[in-house]
Write a protein that binds this ligand. Sequence first.
Ligand code: SAM
Ligand code: SF4
Length: 441
Amino acid sequence: MIYKQKLYVKTFGCQMNVNDSEYMIGQLEQLGYSQSSDIFKADLVLLNTCCVRAKVEQKIYSLIGKIKEIKENKPDLILGICGCMAQKEKENIFKRAPYVDLIIGPSQVNNLKEIISRINSNKKQSIFCNNTTCFNLKDVPIKRESKISAWIQIMRGCNNYCSYCVVPYTRGPEQSRGASEILSEINDLAKNNYKEIFLLGQNVNSYGNNLSQPVAFSKLLELINNVNGIERIRFTTSHPKDFSFDLIETIKECNKICNHIHLPIQSGSSKILKMMNRKYDIDYYKNIIKKIRNNIDNIAITTDVMVGFPGETEDDFLDTLRAFKEIEFDEAYTFIYSNRDNAIASLLPEQVPLEIKKERLWKLIDLQKEISAKINKKLEGKIFEVLVDRKSKKHIENQFSGRTGTNKTMVFTSKQDLLGKLVKVKIIKSSAWTLYGELIE
Ligand code: SAM
Ligand code: SF4
């Protein structure tokens, strides 16, 4: 059955969710749905949710509340809550919002076509949240947002159980996709003129462990490096505990792997890292950074960090500030620790008051801004290769933006349409977050 109806999808959270939404839209377009950016015109509304922090969950519940009014005026509207919050909350969502039709966990994304066909025929409220099913994206239709850069999930789930994190409970145990399936997808993307591949996993360094014929992540990168047409390879996220010297060598040897590594530190205090169950201490972390910088020229390193983990004293926070001053990350994603029901850190005593958490967050953001600005200032006058991926967000005529291999945003002007091209740009001005340049080629 083909439905000539409108679909509205809103995505929250990480790149993995963005990619899941691409699969959702691809499947539903095959069923005849067309996308709308106007929720009021939609016949099917899907919220692809995140629940890593409590704040985003509250925001999603409040959006679900607003959709109630739309549903009252349009009773046939189907409302589905998908993704990590769906998996975590399950029937709680029905209790709080009985007008929701579907609850679909992240592992069921590949079955969406079937799920939607079913609800269209039986109109029955249902939950699809089995997160132990086999991870399978083979031949699942996808509608990619970009025609230049493609997200590829190489694995799903996580076995690490960091004590603050809900992901192992929402995305289930770690599962890798076979290397030949990944390579065949990348070959198809290359034939369709994609230039950049962005490999996704919660801990890409443990890629391949569960395969019947294990393939190391560094080997997978080497194989992808040989695909003709692909110019750039990126990946995220790396867990410091599994970051091998082999991987450093591979990044150095493979010309298409971008010189950017995202390596979450989470805290600069070894005491807190232990309580987080991160399985490394700060000296181990600093040692990896040293090895990376000693072996790969002009590498950019970014990180994730949290403030206010239970038991974090002023001294522990000072350790984080010290680590940031010493390491000098190119950029950092800074978070306030948020209690999550399933994660055991929520049971720890000595929760840090919100005011202190906010104070620490701002101190860290200010420090990082200074560091990023200093690093970028030193780049002025240098020439970088940029993959042009968008026209000006502000609709400024002839303005384009792209990313350097080090994953910095570069803004410049050109009279020619350069979307999808790799060009050389000289940096003439910089800020903490953006480089401004002039085209030299
Ligand atoms: N797998 C990645 C790793 O190991 O670093 C990260 C995945 S997690 C979805 C993204 C980031 O969210 C984490 O690096 C962490 O800094 C942050 N995060 C996770 N749980 C959190 C929590 N309970 N409160 C605040 N931030 C959290
Ligand atoms: Fe969460 Fe830790 Fe797994 Fe990352 S490695 S997803 S932070 S449990």
